[in-house]
Ligand binder design. Structure first.
Ligand code: AMP
Length: 143
């Protein structure tokens, strides 16, 4: 991790202005400056973990506790029917700001965006491949 403050740390410090919607000891939430929909909100841990993979389960749990309250509040604020909650987890997944953040994007019946499944062509895997992958993931959890 570099010594330089991430963009989002500068926002937390008030060095870059933001439309703040929530702050506590560990987390901070603010409106995305380029909203994909009205109310598009970003939730971050104050500590500048680059990716979700860098957080302990306890630290991630603190963020998820806030997320559970924030999502319905964001939806209600803009009269949304639903929301897409997503993390671009790593550069290859489209992450541009290297300080992990949850996007909460309000969704509306007629927004014509569709599910995140639309981003992918799909992977054609047989049962053996699925079984090997499942076993590999399970063994990674028990390490
Ligand atoms: P990602 O591509 O997942 O890293 O998303 C980064 C997000 O940060 C984008 O949606 C940007 O619009 C948003 N963003 C960048 N700069 C700012 C800023 N100064 N204030 C609020 N949001 C920002």
């Amino acid at each position: 991790m570099s010594d330089e403050k991430t963009l989002f740390e500068q926002i937390i410090a008030g060095e870059i202005p933001s439309f703040t919607v929530y702050e506590d000891e560990h987390t901070y939430a603010f409106l995305d400056v380029n909203p994909l929909a009205p109310g598009h909100t970003l939730l971050i841990p104050k500590h500048p973990y680059e990716r979700l993979n860098d957080m302990s389960a306890e630290e991630a749990g603190e963020v998820f506790g806030v997320l559970a309250d924030l999502v319905p509040a964001v939806e209600a604020a803009v009269g949304a029917d639903a929301s897409t909650v997503a993390v671009n987890n790593g550069e290859e997944a489209g992450q541009e700001v290297p300080h992990v953040h949850w996007h909460i994007i309000p969704r509306f019946e007629d927004d014509n965006v569709g599910p995140i499944h639309r981003l992918f062509d799909g992977a054609d895997l047989d049962d053996d491949e699925m079984s090997d992958i499942a076993a590999e993931i399970a063994s990674g959890l028990s390490d």
